[in-house]
Design a protein around this ligand. Structure first.
Ligand code: HSE
Length: 341
C-alpha cells in the first residue's frame, strides 16, 4: 500500500484523486497497485492529515464546497513542508502552482521531499525545467524516483515514449505543439475569430495559464522545451538559452496568407541535436499543410520525434485537462510501483 501526500489540491490534484477513487478496484486487480492518500495540503483549500488514510470522496466534496480543513477527525493546519516531512507518506505528489522564474515555492517542496528520501511525482514545470539536473542527482543520491511525465503534454506519453518506447534510438530532434492555448487561438483565427475573442474563450475553457503571457508569449512552451532538452536530449540548456517568440505578432492577415499558400501557422517548440551541439527554440512557424503537426487543431498538442532507427514518430493528444493531467501522475505512480516490485 503506497502512502501518498498531495501538495496542492487544485484541478490536477483533484483529477488524480478522482481517478484513484474510480479505478481503485481495477488498479488493484490489473496491476496489484494500492494506495492511500494520507495527507493533503493546499494554500487555498486547507489541509488534512490522517495516518490511516483520507476518504477520497469526502476530500473532493470538501475541496469543492468548503475547506479540506473541515475533514472530520483529521489533523489540520499543516503546511507543505510539515506535510512532506511528517505525514509518513513515502511518495509526494507535488501539484502546487508553477513559477517558471524562480520555481518557488514548489522547488522547496521538491527538495524537502527528495532530501527526506521520498519519491517525487509532479506536473510542476517551473522547478523541473529550472533545476532538472540538481533534482535528478538528489533523487539518485537518495535512491528515490523523480518522475514528471505530466510536465510535457499532460498524460500524452511524451517523456515515457522517449525513455521507454524509443530507447535505443538516437533522438535528433523533437518539435511540436506544446501549448494548447496558443494552438486554440491560431486555429480559431483561421476560422475567422479575433485573437482577443479566441484568447478569452481559451481562458473560459480553462486551458490558459493564470497570466496569459505564460501562454501567448511562449513561456509555457519554453518550459517544456527545456524539460525535453534536459531529460530526453541530456543537454545543458537553460531557460535563457532558448530563443523564444510568442504568437502576439501573428495577425489575421498572416493566417489568411499562409492558408492561401497551403500552409498553417503553429507555435512550434523545437530542440535539435547537431553532433554535440543542442539548440532549442519556441517560435511561430509556417508549416506545410501536409506536415502531421498542421492537422493538429484546437487545444490538442503534438510532438514529432526525429530518430535514427524509427524515422519520424508523431504523437498527438491532450496537453492539459483535469483527468488527462491527473492521469500523468497515475502513470508515474504505476511506474514507481512496478520498479519496486
Ligand atoms: N496553459 C497550458 C496550455 C496548460 O495551454 O497548454 C498546460 O501546460
Amino acid at each position: 500500500m503506497h502512502k501518498l501526500a498531495l501538495i496542492g489540491f487544485g484541478v490536477v490534484g483533484q483529477g488524480l484523486a478522482r481517478i484513484l477513487h474510480e479505478k481503485h478496484e481495477e488498479l488493484k486487480k490489473k496491476y496489484g497497485f494500492e494506495c492511500s492518500i494520507v495527507a493533503v495540503s493546499d494554500l487555498n483549500k486547507g489541509s488534512a492529515f490522517k495516518a490511516e488514510g483520507l476518504d477520497i470522496e469526502k476530500l473532493l466534496e470538501l475541496a469543492e464546497n468548503e475547506s479540506i480543513s473541515q475533514y472530520p477527525g483529521a489533523e489540520t493546519g499543516w503546511d507543505a513542508i510539515k506535510t512532506i516531512k511528517e505525514s509518513g507518506a513515502e511518495t509526494i505528489v507535488e501539484v502546487s502552482y508553477t513559477d517558471i522564474e524562480t520555481g518557488e515555492p514548489a522547488y522547496s517542496h521538491f527538495n524537502a521531499a527528495l532530501e527526506a528520501g521520498k519519491h517525487l511525482v509532479t506536473t510542476n514545470k517551473g522547478p523541473t525545467a529550472l533545476f532538472f539536473k540538481e533534482l535528478s542527482e538528489l533523487a539518485a543520491s537518495r535512491g528515490v524516483e523523480f518522475r514528471f511525465e505530466g510536465t510535457v503534454l499532460a498524460g500524452t506519453p511524451a517523456l515515457n515514449l522517449a525513455e521507454l518506447c524509443l530507447a535505443g534510438n538516437e533522438i535528433r530532434e523533437i518539435r511540436g505543439i506544446m501549448n494548447g492555448t496558443t494552438n486554440f487561438i491560431l486555429t480559431n483565427m483561421e476560422l475567422g475569430k479575433s485573437y482577443e475573442d479566441a484568447l478569452k474563450e481559451a481562458q473560459e475553457l480553462g486551458y490558459a495559464e493564470a497570466v496569459p503571457d505564460a501562454d501567448v508569449e511562449g513561456w509555457d512552451a519554453l518550459a517544456k522545451v527545456v524539460i525535453l532538452s534536459k531529460s530526453v536530449m541530456g543537454a545543458d540548456i537553460g531557460v535563457s538559452d532558448v530563443d523564444r517568440t510568442g504568437i502576439t505578432g501573428i495577425s489575421i492577415d498572416d493566417v489568411e496568407k499562409a492558408k492561401k499558400d497551403g500552409k498553417r501557422w503553429k507555435l512550434i517548440g523545437k530542440v535539435t541535436r547537431d553532433g554535440d551541439k543542442v539548440t532549442a527554440s519556441v517560435a511561430p512557424t509556417m508549416i506545410d499543410i501536409t506536415d502531421p503537426l498542421a492537422a493538429v487543431g484546437g487545444a490538442t498538442n503534438a510532438l514529432t520525434f526525429v530518430t535514427d532507427l524509427m524515422g519520424e514518430v508523431t504523437i498527438v493528444g491532450a496537453g492539459a485537462g483535469k483527468i488527462e493531467t491527473g492521469f500523468s501522475l497515475l502513470v508515474d505512480l504505476l511506474e514507481i510501483d512496478r520498479r519496486e516490485k
